[in-house]
Write a protein that binds this ligand. Structure first.
Ligand code: THU
Length: 135
């Protein structure tokens, strides 16, 4: 069973997803971050006619968190449609790592509900993070 706050986070990601701008891939993604102040920050993928300029939902949620003064991801929920789990792309795993730790939970949702929970270390093993720069 999910904690109540995790349910809230999943609902936030699922409903934000509807606002995604994905006219090219048609693959809408929503993300919701719970920060260290228990504030929730939303992001969606925003594509561009110049394809490489598009950005992921997770990147948007991280920007919203930083702009609001948060610096720690306690939990992140991601929502995408389809049979396959919408796990964060490789680049976003590293983006999440910057503000999280190996034990941070990543909740994957389909377009309707929570589907599966991962720890960041499962998605990004032996990761490189800010501490690695403390030589
Ligand atoms: N996408 C995300 O927003 N997050 C992910 O973790 C996976 C992929 C977006 C990028 C692009 O707009 C669309 O999904 C298809 O790749």
């Amino acid at each position: 069973m999910l904690r109540q706050i995790d349910q809230r986070l999943c609902k936030a990601a699922i409903s934000a997803r509807h606002n995604a701008y994905a006219p090219y891939s048609k693959f809408k993604v929503g993300a919701a971050i719970l920060d260290e102040f228990d504030n929730i920050h939303l992001g969606v993928n925003v594509e561009n006619a110049a394809y490489p300029q598009g950005s992921c939902a997770e990147a948007g949620a991280i920007s919203a968190m930083i702009a609001a003064g948060g610096q720690q991801i306690k939990v992140i929920a991601v929502s995408g449609a389809g049979v396959e789990l919408c796990t964060p792309c490789g680049g976003c795993r590293q983006r999440i790592r910057e503000f999280a730790n190996p034990q941070t939970e990543i909740l994957i949702c389909n377009e309707l509900a929570f589907a599966r929970r991962f720890l960041l270390e499962e998605l990004l093993p032996a990761s490189f993070g800010p501490d690695n720069l403390n030589t």
